[in-house]
Write a protein that binds this ligand. Structure first.
Ligand SMILES: C[S@@+](CC[C@H](N)C(=O)[O-])C[C@H]1O[C@@H](n2cnc3c(N)ncnc32)[C@H](O)[C@@H]1O
Length: 274
């Protein structure tokens, strides 16, 4: 692991011992990354110079979210980085997250225009069929029990509701090269989830997630390949503005081969056995 990554990892709150909810003793549901006390906005986004990645997420979310929604929830929404992309489209917007720090930051920025709700992804504090719009971005890598996560997201959505879910893909070109040149023994082509021990993160194969979505009762309406040029060298050489123009074209064009490290899905909740 590079020094930079080590430093970034150390600052993501306490990771040892794992936070275990008293209500949910399942060890697979322990909180892996606790963002309490971590300045995610400054350290990860601003100091990490991730304008390009931020723009890529925005392009995807803008394209995939419905224009109008009644009740919308941003799951693991953090400090509300993407709130300005949905707040005007929904009558009521909620940010759900585990971290008090992130939610307090969101409240500071958006005040009464948003509701914040604290809790744990495996036991969402919402009634069945609450939301007609849902988004979850940059969060799957923190979750081990993905079938349970998808089940919970499905549960809180209204029939016919739309979810935009981003996954951290294990099937990327750099991961393929690392595997072919024996720098890593993680096979990016195999469907099972991979665990990156040093970073305490899970990556998911698009096919694994797509099977899970369908099994749960979600219909896949659209797919985008996002952050296609996520490379420090490319970012330095070409800058965010130019790469952003290429990205706009690449997101739908490269979607059929699920090229990028982030794959976005627009899903519709259908009856489970439809
Ligand atoms: C990488 S951040 C992404 C935040 C936001 N979605 C974005 O794209 O800027 C991951 C978020 O997941 C939240 N999180 C991690 N584990 C969680 C859990 N078990 N339940 C709920 N939220 C969790 C963290 O607190 C953090 O805000």
């Amino acid at each position: 692991m590079t020094e930079k990554k080590k430093k970034a990892k150390k600052t993501v709150g306490k990771t040892e011992p794992k936070e275990q909810s008293a209500k949910d003793p399942n060890p697979d549901h322990a909180v892996i990354a606790d963002y309490n006390g971590y300045d995610y906005k400054k350290i990860f986004w601003e100091d990490g110079k991730r304008d390009y990645e931020d723009l890529c997420d925005r392009l995807a979310v803008r394209k995939l979210l419905p224009d109008t929604m009644d009740d919308f929830v941003d799951i693991a929404g953090g400090y509300g980085r993407l709130t300005d992309e949905y707040i005007s489209r929904a009558k009521n917007s909620t940010i759900f997250d585990y971290s008090k720090t992130e939610l307090a930051d969101a409240k500071k920025t958006y005040g009464d225009r948003i509701t914040t709700k604290e809790g744990d992804i495996y036991n969402l504090p919402f009634k069945d069929e609450t939301f007609d719009g849902l988004m979850m971005v940059r969060a799957t890598h923190h979750f081990k029990d993905m079938p349970k996560v998808i089940e919970e997201l499905y549960r809180v959505m209204k029939p016919g509701g739309v979810a935009v879910i981003e996954i951290a893909s294990k099937k990327t070109l750099p991961k393929m090269f690392r595997y072919w040149f024996r720098k890593s023994d993680i096979n990016p082509f195999s469907k099972e989830p991979s665990y990156l021990k040093e970073l305490e993160m899970y990556n998911y194969h698009p096919k694994y997630m797509e099977d899970l979505f369908k099994k749960q009762g979600f219909k896949i309406l659209k797919v985008l390949s996002v952050s296609n040029f996520r490379s420090p060298k490319l970012k330095k050489m070409f800058g965010t503005k130019f790469l952003g123009r290429l990205e706009k074209v690449a997101q739908p064009t490269l979607a059929p081969i699920r090229f990028a490290p982030s794959i976005y899905y627009k899903l519709e909740k259908t009856p489970k056995n439809a």
